[in-house]
Design a protein around this ligand. Structure first.
Ligand SMILES: Cc1cc2nc3c(=O)[nH]c(=O)nc-3n(C[C@H](O)[C@H](O)[C@H](O)COP(=O)(O)O)c2cc1C
Length: 209
């Protein structure tokens, strides 16, 4: 049975542009996305993008979240869940998904996942993806990394998560911040098995080598 629903969580690490672009490309690819946002993420989002995000489902506005990236998107595909809503389907292993990505992923959320502390819906859904042996991709952004953080990353990698740090490359000769964002987003989409056309692939004519 091919399940195409994906879970996207946004937490309070720096990197809001990655989250916005990821949501945009997944929705443009026609994927149903279950979205959860942590309170800390709204603070970072406000600082980095200059737009507020309302976490209350009654006031959640995808256009406010995505801004200019919202143009032409089908928001019927976007299922928003409050971070405290453990009644959401994605809190249970019986709700089938094609995978989950936490982008960006704070070291606090990494720690919660590493230690099985399902304090909010993001931690719980991540726990579920690991126990069900489904794809869980985390996109951390922190530097330098301390020993506790490194051990937590090893713990979740050993449990099956893909650790995909927000590390744009320069060999692709990016011309803009958007190019650097797309590099990371395309690597996430490769992991999810979503073809976006964003990737410049080494060893192919588009990459020139
Ligand atoms: C502006 C701002 C930037 C932050 N950047 C990072 C970051 O890059 N990485 C990180 O792990 N935490 C970062 N933090 C701290 C987290 O937001 C904080 O640890 C929070 O408790 C994480 O909660 P969450 O995992 O539930 O989102 C940042 C906080 C603020 C206000």
């Amino acid at each position: 049975m091919a399940v195409t629903d994906l879970v996207v969580a946004i937490t309070g690490a720096s990197g809001s542009p990655y989250a916005i672009r990821l949501l945009e490309v997944l929705l443009r690819a026609g994927r149903t996305v279950h979205l959860v946002i942590s309170p800390a993420a709204t603070e970072v989002f406000d600082r980095e993008i200059g737009r507020g995000v309302m976490l209350d489902p009654a006031h959640f506005d995808p256009v406010a979240l995505l801004g200019p990236h919202a143009a032409g998107l089908n928001f019927d595909l976007l299922k928003y869940h409050n971070f405290r809503n453990f009644q959401a389907g994605i809190a249970s292993g019986s709700f089938l998904t094609g995978g989950m990505v936490i982008c960006p992923c704070s070291m606090g959320t990494i720690a919660a996942i590493a230690h099985g502390i399902s304090e909010n819906l993001i931690h719980r859904a991540a726990d579920v993806h690991l126990k069900e042996k489904r794809k869980l991709i985390v996109v951390p952004r922190e530097t330098p990394l301390g020993l506790v953080q490194l051990k937590n990353l090893v713990a979740i990698a050993e449990a099956g998560a893909v650790v995909l740090p927000a590390m744009p490359a320069f060999y692709t000769l990016p011309q803009s911040v958007g190019d650097m964002v797309d590099f990371v987003v395309s690597r996430v989409c490769d992991q999810l098995g979503v073809e976006t056309g964003l990737a410049k692939r080494w060893g192919t004519p588009s990459q020139g080598s």
